[in-house]
Design a protein around this ligand. Sequence first.
Ligand SMILES: NC(=O)c1ccc[n+]([C@@H]2O[C@H](COP(=O)([O-])OP(=O)(O)OC[C@H]3O[C@@H](n4cnc5c(N)ncnc54)[C@H](O)[C@@H]3O)[C@@H](O)[C@H]2O)c1
Ligand SMILES: [Zn+2]
Length: 349
Amino acid sequence: METVMVHAAEAYPVYIGGGLLDRCGELAARHSNGRCAVICDDTVCGLYGPRVCRSLEAVGLSPVLYAFPAGEQHKTLSTYGAILGFLAENHITRSDCVIALGGGVTGDMAGFAAATYQRGIDFIQLPTTFLAASDASVGGKTAVDLPAGKNLAGAFWQPRAVICDTDTFATLPESAFQDGAAETLKHGLIADGELFRFLMNEDMHRHIDAVVRRNVEIKAAVVAEDEREQGRRKLLNFGHTLGHAIEKCSGYRVSHGHAVATGMVLAARAAEALGYGGQGTLKAVLAACERYDLPTACPYSAGELYAAAIGDKKRSGGYIDVVVLREVGRAETVRLDLEGLREFTEAAL
Ligand SMILES: NC(=O)c1ccc[n+]([C@@H]2O[C@H](COP(=O)([O-])OP(=O)(O)OC[C@H]3O[C@@H](n4cnc5c(N)ncnc54)[C@H](O)[C@@H]3O)[C@@H](O)[C@H]2O)c1
Ligand SMILES: [Zn+2]
């Protein structure tokens, strides 16, 4: 097992390794001594729910388990409300703990429930997707989607610990693995040229513990500097303005990672065309997406994307900050007004 510390306002560990689900009771007990409510989707519940509960029971953490229907379309206020109801019915108190067992949808929603239930109780992340392990479970962003757009209601709420059993990725469908690959490529593109070149020469599958670890280190470094996304943390949104627009246009049938991959291609193309992006950055993004079979073509028009993008919460006042690559491994934000965003979207296609 490896441990990476995240130095948010209160530091917390990310434990990474194979077989950690069977040790999750022992690891969770380092951070909580109350009861715990395990929240997961129905797919993950069937695969890992009983194992996690057994491990928690063995150390006296008395788990209660709640499963909601899997999928982004259930990352809603209504599911969130049902989770809060479950916590109340089971008399979970402020000295107890929420455990988010699953992918980014579960982590975001259970985290938001923990952030708001009784004005905030502890939570621990047990990510079971490559994407959640490498990105979503670290950094304390929690949210649910609203009909108007993704993640529009949420809170910053850091977990007490993250326990990542990389063996759980063995049951992931290849497309879910690719979602994690997209965010991993993003980390290389914005912050670590060496990681990017490694991913272009090696197969991510074969180095999964090391890749998760590097992802967590990159994200932890950014979060330590800018927990509330006032500056540097915005760089993690590379590919996300238009990526979120693609997700929304598709009615959330296109997954987050796949949409982000296309969003990165679009952002790189627009940035190069408008002179913000370094030459060769589009080529690098395209090659990376092709290597990992991620989609590079957008099925929506500039008008459709623009309409979806202006609802993005990253818009402040009349402006939106988009992330552009200066070179592989180095990104910057560019502030656009709405006319600028329209021009950017047109140049992206
Ligand atoms: N908070 C953040 O910083 C952050 C960062 C990136 C993404 N996100 C959010 O994360 C979400 C995407 O996360 P995701 O891709 O993990 O989605 P997800 O949670 O929906 O998981 C994808 C699918 O895989 C299934 N699954 C999960 N673990 C499995 C396993 N081990 N074996 C088999 N099936 C498994 C799930 O049931 C689901 O159907 C989006 O909502 C996105 O907005 C948040
Ligand atoms: Zn993302």
